[in-house]
Design a protein around this ligand. Structure first.
Ligand SMILES: *[C@@H]1O[C@H](CO)[C@@H](O)[C@H](O)[C@H]1NC(C)=O
Ligand SMILES: *[C@@H]1O[C@H](CO)[C@@H](O)[C@H](O)[C@H]1NC(C)=O
Ligand SMILES: *[C@@H]1O[C@H](CO)[C@@H](O)[C@H](O)[C@H]1NC(C)=O
Length: 377
């Protein structure tokens, strides 16, 4: 058979699938019986199909019909929990907009299961599988790849509103905030939660990722500053900035220059005998990197009263993705023996925080994690 014949045959298959997919969606929206819908799926209608004009999937259609049993059925049959329609809404977003908590929870839980499974497959694979669906690392710009990021120039400046920001410029001239002044209330609350007693003699703190130095300055301004304050920072421009601000020779502060992966098993770090407070906020790393960091925590935390926090910004441009990541990270922390409590921080402050930079957090509530070693049984 000629190649042209193959193409024609596969075009025919695609067309047949599209017709079945359309038929499935229309039947759902017309309130067809569950039996009819099952029949259409049995005939080969793809549950992952998305309608050409609107990007509607059977799962979206089930949500529009407010039908939980259909949504469950499609998810079991392989519907993609995080597919977005042409307005960038997932079925879960639509469930939220209908105030339909049960439907939302069904989709979110399917998302958590899917992401846990993918993470498990990725951790068992010798070669790098795509680690997740939400934050696919296909972007090779400085915002998505650690090596590109470390080779890019950073700008420390004030934006149009006077907000202090640190940005990286992408090839297309777009600016992406590495750290921005609006995060300060989150950092204040984080330090408040991680050092509830206002610091104490002998306190040992480890922070990964200096950024604008907001959280490190807050640790230093505790009523009793840490006795040992270790900062790991890889970016040459940030290190230069730290040097200018005097961070490299502050008493009690030690700056380890490099990526956390370079230091995590080093004597320099392990000789502290564990930290009472650990925080991490790295730019351009994805969830699989954060999860790898989690796995070191049992060796790094000083004991049962030690506390751990991280910048919870993954998936934070969409409420469903944020919810899924929050749960997935909680489950992965539980795997390494860490219990997390979440505190909501209102960041809905209407001021324009982005200026000309790309948005990376667009939700009204920040979910602040406070982790500690659970009692292992
Ligand atoms: C869900 O949809 C199916 C198929 O249309 C229908 O049989 C069932 O009654 C619906 N359930 C609800 C709660 O509307
Ligand atoms: C897609 O869905 C919309 C809304 O139900 C419908 O109007 C349209 O005909 C469907 N088909 C295609 C091919 O877009
Ligand atoms: C949907 O998201 C894409 C990628 O983020 C964006 O380019 C597009 O403008 C968005 N579309 C709408 C309707 O918001």
């Amino acid at each position: 058979m000629s190649l042209a014949g193959d193409d024609a045959a596969s075009d025919g298959v695609v067309e047949a699938l599209a017709i079945l997919g359309e038929h499935l969606i229309n039947t759902i929206l017309e309130g067809g019986s569950e039996e009819t819908i099952k029949e259409i799926i049995d005939q080969g209608a793809p549950v992952w199909y998305q309608n050409d004009s609107e990007g509607l999937s059977p799962l979206h259609a089930a949500v529009y019909m407010q039908n939980q049993s259909l949504a469950k059925m499609f998810l079991e049959e392989g519907a993609v929990w995080n597919a977005v329609d042409h307005l960038n809404n997932t079925a879960g977003d639509i469930a939220l907009s209908f105030n339909s908590q049960e439907l939302y929870t069904i989709i979110r839980d399917a998302g958590i299961r899917a992401e846990m499974l993918l993470a498990l497959l990725a951790s068992r694979a010798t070669s790098e599988l795509p680690s997740n669906l939400v934050l696919r690392n296909t972007d090779v710009s400085a915002a998505a790849s650690t090596d590109m990021f470390l080779a890019s120039d950073l700008l420390f400046k004030a934006d149009e509103t006077g907000q202090e920001i640190c940005v990286v410029k992408l090839d297309n001239d777009e600016e992406v905030g590495v750290m921005m002044g609006w995060e300060r209330p989150i950092m204040e609350e984080t330090v408040h939660c991680l050092c509830p007693d206002g610091g104490r003699q002998g306190l040992k703190v480890l922070n990964v990722g200096f950024g604008l130095g907001i959280i490190d300055s807050l640790f230093q301004s505790l009523p009793i500053p840490p006795s040992d304050h270790v900062i790991i920072e890889p970016h040459p421009d940030v290190l230069q900035h730290m040097k200018e601000l005097g961070w490299l020779d502050r008493p009690g502060v030690r700056v380890l220059q490099g990526k956390w992966q370079d230091w995590i098993n080093s004597d320099e770090l392990l000789e502290y005998g564990g930290f009472d407070v650990i925080y991490t906020d790295t730019f351009s790393e994805d969830y699989s990197d954060l999860r790898r960091f989690f796995e070191h925590l049992p060796d790094l935390l000083s004991g049962p009263s030690a506390l751990f926090g991280f910048f919870n910004g993954l998936g934070a441009t969409n409420p469903l993705f944020y919810d899924v990541y929050t749960h997935v990270s909680e489950l992965h922390l539980a795997d390494v023996g860490i219990d997390v409590e979440w505190k909501d921080v209102d960041v809905s402050d209407g001021k324009d925080r982005w200026g000309k930079t790309r948005q990376y957090f667009s939700l009204p509530l920040y979910r602040l994690p406070v982790g500690r070693m659970g009692v292992l049984c």
